[in-house]
Ligand binder design. Structure first.
Ligand code: NDP
Length: 299
């Protein structure tokens, strides 16, 4: 199977590396040097021109939003052979996925939205969860590819359903992170050691990915590694709000989380990691959630 991977960012690069470890993979990136570096580091084959990928059997994309995917599909779609499967790992809008699927279907190409969860470490370990929307037969034909990048693939419905599930998942992540930041900041302001509070919460019913992983691993040591941009999380929460709005569900909680996350992203800027939204709550509370004796970033 000739596989091409387009978009070698924080997620795409380790996913393509995992594929390259299992077999031949062609890679393309807007900034061409990134693809050449990937080839040198992981044994993939760098392509400079999109149109040279015309004979691929499977096209994988991992770009910021469905807008960038649509732009690439406009260029590449017409030259792909009928029967090609397009696996889109981008977290995009469900309606955008349906538009790209229709655009590609005109050329006989089957589009599956296949966003992923598990972060950059999950991508590096080939341990992602993949949520797929689209044709079941096409999914069966590329399941072997998904089994390399992930350890769980779930077919969640028609085209766009994968995007909708991903958006709601990430809105839940943001909600838990905001709530944990507020609760822990209030406790810290009252003199409770956040490490002790987390030891309780992470083995109790209030636990979440925020309390079990993000805050202990990123906030308490003050390292805030940049693996998933806050701007991308804000995009996902906004997409989830769109999913709710589509069915006219009054959802005051997720509307508020959408506003808070968008404001935090504007305040902290495009380089902020998603876990840094904690800083907004810390500033308001006048505390820093840092483990005693551990280094802080100093700001
Ligand atoms: P990055 O910002 O690290 O990478 C973005 C990639 O898209 C780069 O390869 C970039 O190329 C490329 N790109 C940006 N704009 C364009 C354009 N106009 N045309 C062509 N290529 C473009 O993002 P991530 O890898 O973090 O995220 C990618 C997708 O995966 C997003 O939808 C995100 O929400 C989702 N995701 C991210 C996770 C994470 O932990 N990071 C986890 C799960 C999903 P260039 O090098 O030229 O800038």
């Amino acid at each position: 199977m000739r596989i091409a991977y387009l978009g070698l960012g924080a997620m795409g690069a380790p996913m393509a590396a995992t594929l390259a470890a299992a077999g031949p993979v062609r890679v393309w990136n807007r900034t061409g040097s990134v693809a050449r570096d990937h080839a040198a580091a992981h044994g993939s084959v760098a392509f400079a021109e999109l149109l040279d990928l015309a004979d691929a059997d499977v096209i994988c994309t991992c770009l910021p939003t469905d807008v960038e995917v649509a732009a690439i599909a406009t260029v590449l779609g017409p030259v792909l052979a009928a029967g090609t499967v397009w696996l889109d790992h981008t977290s995009g809008a469900p309606a955008g996925a349906r538009d790209v699927a229709a655009q590609l279907a005109a050329h006989g190409v089957t589009y599956l939205d296949a966003p992923v969860s598990g972060g950059t470490d999950g991508a590096a370990r080939g341990a992602l969860t993949v949520m797929v929307g689209g044709d079941a037969e096409a999914l069966a034909s590329v399941r072997a590819v998904l089994d390399i990048v992930g350890d769980r693939t779930v077919h969640v419905g028609d085209v766009g359903a994968g995007m909708a599930v991903k958006a709601v998942n990430n809105a839940l992540l943001a909600t838990a992170l905001w709530a944990a930041s507020e609760g822990l900041s209030a406790l810290a302001a009252q003199g409770v050691d956040p490490v002790a509070a987390l030891e309780v919460i992470s083995t109790s019913s209030g636990r979440s990915f925020a309390t079990e992983r993000l805050i202990p691993e990123r906030v308490l040591p003050g390292t805030f590694p940049r693996t998933f941009a806050l701007a991308l999380l804000a995009k996902d929460v906004s997409l989830a709000r769109g999913v709710l709005d589509d069915v006219e569900l009054a959802a005051p909680l997720l509307h508020l989380v959408d506003q808070l996350t968008a404001a935090a992203s504007s305040e902290l800027g495009p380089d902020a990691d998603h876990a840094e939204l904690v800083r907004v709550v810390e500033r308001a509370a006048g505390v820093e959630l840092r483990a005693h004796g551990m280094p802080t970033t100093g700001d």
